[in-house]
Design a protein around this ligand. Structure first.
Ligand SMILES: *Cc1c(COP(=O)(O)O)cnc(C)c1O
Length: 387
């Protein structure tokens, strides 16, 4: 990776230089006043970004998978029923985690590129009456987004006791999510995607209802590091601007998170979400103009944070290397049913109009070099009219 490459994968993404500089600040002790203040501020800003004024934020060293693990290990007890909506690889990981902690899981699987029909979700919620209902706002393996607001409302009506858990790793801070207003019990993400911080943090916000469920557990949490019994007093202490130790917090990662949250709120959530939508729309129009099909089967369910694009006939994954030679890094497929047939482009965080044009130009150049025939320049031109 040269310093001049564009990292256009669905996480990690390109990061703001100010966020990177925060990583190299002198490391304070984890109870030093300046760290306590920044950690406390970052936790408050987390609630603002998740739009969860009543929520309890957790910032823990780890990745998005740890955030998923923490959601499940703290809420599920062996034998609890869970319903998981699967729109791809990462949703399936949630099913695996639920099973690991002893849940009886019902999984509703969508075809690659599609969502599960709403009526099927409703009848299954009514039949299963799950304690936990999990969905992935954007499944990064397909680029499919689900309607979290509508599905949460559906759950409230069809199975009022179900705790709604949203994997927002590829969406939070790049797509609308109103945790409190929509009634989402757990929303979680990782640092390295639309949150704009290098990999290394698991980020999660829990509703009062989720914390009550946790506090009413009969059995201890089967995961020592992820147990909220250990972490809740720590997060409460830093929110109250007191230092406290359970396991050493990643001091410099918290500095970087603090700086990125500051930037996110300075841009404004609405403006940021609109920027992601606009850049995504322009990119997708460009891709269509070149003649490439996308994995999401309908435009309304295509994510604004990334794109999943089928290779055209006669072209295979060698295209990714040719795009790479043009200083743009894109990712291969990971959905097991279509793995070798498509590639993925992330457009989140500090992504700009110039990045969108440059990425389309690199894709066009790589396609030309691969012998694919199309109206060269048309993709970039179509996108430019929208940027
Ligand atoms: C990236 C991703 C994950 C996994 O996050 P890691 O940080 O790689 O552990 C989970 N869910 C979704 C939707 C993701 O995009």
């Amino acid at each position: 990776m040269s310093e001049r490459d564009l990292l256009m994968i669905p996480g990690p993404v390109n990061f703001d230089p100010g966020v990177l500089r925060a990583l190299s600040a002198p490391t304070a002790g984890h109870t030093a006043p300046e760290f306590v203040e920044r950690f406390g501020q970052a936790l408050e800003w987390m609630k603002q970004v998740f739009i969860a004024p009543s929520g309890m934020p957790f910032v823990i060293a780890g990745s998005g998978t740890l955030a998923m693990d923490m959601a499940v290990c703290n809420l599920v007890e062996p034998g609890d029923r869970a319903l998981a909506l699967s729109t791809g690889y990462f949703s399936d990981r949630m099913t695996a985690i639920l099973e690991r902690y002893g849940a009886e899981v019902t999984t509703l699987c969508a075809a690659p590129g599609d969502t599960v029909p709403v009526e099927q979700v409703q009848t299954t919620l009514e039949r299963v009456r799950p304690k936990l209902f999990a969905m992935t706002q954007v499944d990064t393996s397909t680029g499919v987004a689900v309607d979290v607001r509508a599905l949460t409302k559906l759950a409230r009506d069809a199975a009022p006791d179900a705790l709604v858990v949203v994997d927002g790793v590829c969406s939070v801070a790049g797509m609308e999510l109103q945790q409190d207003a929509w009634g989402v019990d757990i929303a979680l993400t990782a640092s390295q995607k639309a949150m704009g911080v290098p990999p290394g943090l698991a980020l999660l916000v829990a509703s009062p209802r989720a914390l009550e469920t946790f506090k009413a557990r009969k059995k201890p949490v089967a995961n020592y590091y992820g147990d909220w019994t250990n972490w809740l007093p720590i997060m409460e202490a830093y929110l109250a601007r007191k230092g406290m130790y359970f396991a050493t917090p990643p001091v410099n990662m918290v500095y970087a998170l603090h700086e990125s949250l500051r930037q996110i709120l300075a841009e404004g959530l609405e403006a940021r979400i609109a920027r992601h939508k606009k850049l995504s729309d322009a990119f997708k129009v460009g891709v269509r103009q070149i003649g490439l099909a996308q994995v999401p089967v309908r435009a309304e369910i295509a994510a604004p944070t990334m794109s999943a694009i089928y290779f055209p006939d006669g072209i295979d994954s060698k295209l990714i290397g040719k795009i790479r030679q043009r200083n743009v890094v894109v990712a291969g497929g990971i959905h097991p049913l279509i793995r070798d047939k498509y590639f993925r482009v992330g457009h989140m965080g500090v992504v700009s109009p110039g990045d969108i044009s440059a990425t389309l130009a690199a894709i066009e150049g790589a396609l030309l070099a691969s012998g694919y025939r199309f109206d060269a320049g048309a993709g970039v031109a179509a996108a430019e009219t929208m940027l």
